[in-house]
Design a protein around this ligand. Structure first.
Ligand code: CAA
Length: 369
C-alpha cells in the first residue's frame, strides 16, 4: 500500500513539471505541501507528535518510489524524516518534542540539519561555529554550508563547538529557529543535480540560543550528529536506490520501443546484458537498504549496515544512470527522456550525509575492530 501510494503520488504529482523545476531551480513548494498532507514528511515519528508511526522499511519503500521521479523532493523528505524528526524524537526533551517535533512531523514546518561548514565537511569534528555558554543561553556564531532546505526551513538543528579544548566532546547540538535575530540565509546554490531542492548557506551572528534548546547533555552534539546520520544514510541509500530503479525502469521501457538494425533494441544481447546487470545491482542495493532498515527497526546496531547500504546504493545509482543514458543514445542526452537528470541527481548521493570515502572509513574501522 505504501509503495502504491508513493508511486501514485510520484507519477501524478511529481512527474508533471519535474523537468521545468529542475531547469529553473524552482522549489517544489506545492508538491512538498501535498507530501505533508500524505504524511510522508514525518512517516516514522510517533503519532503522539503527529507522525505516521511507520517503520523504517516503509520509509525505504516510499523513498525509493519518490526518488524514481524527483530526488529534489525526496531529499527534503529524507532530511526532515530521518535527521530532523528522528533526532528530535530520540534525543529531545518532552518540551522540545511538543514545541518542535509536532509541526515538523506534520510537515507544517520543514527542518534542516546544520553540520557541514565551509571548512568542515567530511572532517566533521573540526567545527568552527561556536556556541559560548552565557549562563541562561548560548551565543551562536558561524556559517553552515550546503544546507538542504536551508532557505525554507523554519527549524535548524545546529552543531557548534562550545569548548575547543575538549575537541569533539565539546560540541553541542541546538534547536535554532529561522526567525530569531542574527539568523540569515545565503543565496540558493546553483547545483549539478537535485536542482529544485533548496540548498543554502546559513549564517548565525550573535544568535541567543536558550539553554533549553540544547539537545542532550553538554557535549553530546557530535554523538548526536553521528547517531542521527547513521539513520539519515538509510534515507540517502534509499534515494540512490530509487534513482537507479527509475533509470532502469525507463531503460526497460525504451528498449522495447526503440528499433535498430531491424529489431527492438531489447532483442540485442548487448542491451539485454546491460539490463541484466542493472537489475542485479539494484536488487542487491535494495536488500542492503532493507537490511539496514530492519536492523534499525529491531533496535540493533545499524551504523555499519547503513554505511554498507549507502556506499553501495550510491555507486549503483551512478553506474546504472550512466548506462541508462548510454542505452538511450542521443535521446538520453536530452532532458525530455529524464535519464540525464537522474544521472546528475545520482552524483550527490555519493557526497552528502557522508561521502563514499567516509562510508569506507566507517566500514573499514568496523571490519578491522
Ligand atoms: N554513533 C555514535 N558515536 C559515534 C559514531 C556513531 N555512528 N561514529 C563516531 N562516533 C563517536 C566516536 O565513538 C567518538 O567518540 P569518543 O571519542 O567519545 O569515543 C567520536 O564520535 C568521534 O569519532 P571518530 O574518532 O571516529 O571521529 P573522526 O574524526 O575520525 O570522524 C567520521 C569520523 C566518520 C569521518 C565522521 O567525522 C563523519 O561521519 N564525517 C562525515 C560527516 C557527514 O556525514 N556529514 C554530512 C553532513 S549532513 C548532510 O549532508 C545533510 C543534508 O543536508 C543532505
Amino acid at each position: 500500500m505504501i509503495r502504491k501510494a508513493a508511486r501514485d503520488f510520484a507519477t501524478n504529482e511529481l512527474l508533471p513539471g519535474v523537468i521545468e523545476r529542475d531547469e529553473k531551480m524552482k522549489y517544489p513548494a506545492e508538491q512538498v505541501k501535498k507530501l505533508a498532507d500524505l504524511g510522508f514528511l514525518g512517516m516514522m515519528a510517533d503519532p503522539r507528535y503527529g507522525g505516521g508511526g511507520m517503520d523504517t522499511i516503509s520509509y525505504v519503500i516510499a523513498m525509493e518510489e519518490i526518488s524514481k521521479v524527483d530526488s529534489s523532493v525526496s531529499v527534503i523528505m529524507s532530511v526532515n524524516n530521518s535527521l530532523v524528526c528522528w533526532g528530535l524524537e530520540t534525543y529531545g526533551t518532552e518540551e522540545q518534542k511538543q514545541k518542535y517535533l509536532a509541526p515538523l512531523a506534520k510537515g507544517e514546518k520543514i527542518g534542516a540539519f546544520c553540520l557541514s561548514e565551509p571548512e568542515a565537511g567530511s572532517d566533521a569534528t573540526s567545527q568552527r561555529t561556536t556556541a559560548v555558554d552565557k549562563g541562561d543561553h548560548y551565543l551562536l556564531n558561524g556559517t553552515k554550508n550546503w544546507i538542504t532546505s536551508g532557505g525554507t526551513a523554519k527549524v535548524y538543528l545546529v552543531m557548534a563547538q562550545s569548548s575547543v579544548e575538549l575537541g569533539h566532546r565539546g560540541i553541542n547540538a541546538f534547536i535554532v529557529e529561522r526567525d530569531w535575530a542574527g539568523v540569515s540565509v545565503g543565496a540558493k546554490e546553483n547545483k549539478l543535480g537535485i536542482r529544485a531542492s533548496d540548498t543554502h548557506s546559513v549564517m548565525f551572528q550573535d544568535v541567543k540560543v536558550p539553554k533549553q534548546n540544547r539537545i542532550g547533555e553538554e557535549g553530546f552534539g557530535f554523538k548526536f550528529a553521528m547517531k542521527t546520520l547513521s539513520g539519515g544514510r538509510i534515507g540517502i541509500a534509499s534515494q540512490a536506490l530509487g534513482i537507479a530503479a527509475g533509470a532502469y525502469e525507463l531503460s526497460v521501457e525504451y528498449s522495447k520501443q526503440r528499433k535498430a538494425f531491424g529489431k527492438q533494441i531489447s532483442e540485442h544481447q548487448a542491451i539485454q546484458f546491460k539490463l541484466a546487470d542493472m537489475a542485479t545491482e539494484i536488487e542487491a542495493a535494495r536488500l542492503l537498504c532493507f537490511k539496514a532498515a530492519w536492523l534499525k527497526d529491531q533496535h540493533k546496531d545499524y551504523s555499519l549496515a547503513s554505511s554498507l547500504a549507502k556506499v553501495f546504493a550510491s555507486e549503483v545509482a551512478m553506474r546504472v544512470s550512466v548506462e541508462a543514458v548510454q542505452l538511450h543514445g542521443g535521446y538520453g542526452y536530452v532532458k525530455e527522456y529524464h535519464v540525464e537528470r537522474l544521472m546528475r541527481d545520482a552524483k550527490i548521493t555519493q557526497i552528502y550525509e557522508g561521502t563514499s570515502e567516509v562510508q569506507r572509513i566507517v566500514i573499514s574501522r568496523s571490519v578491522l575492530s
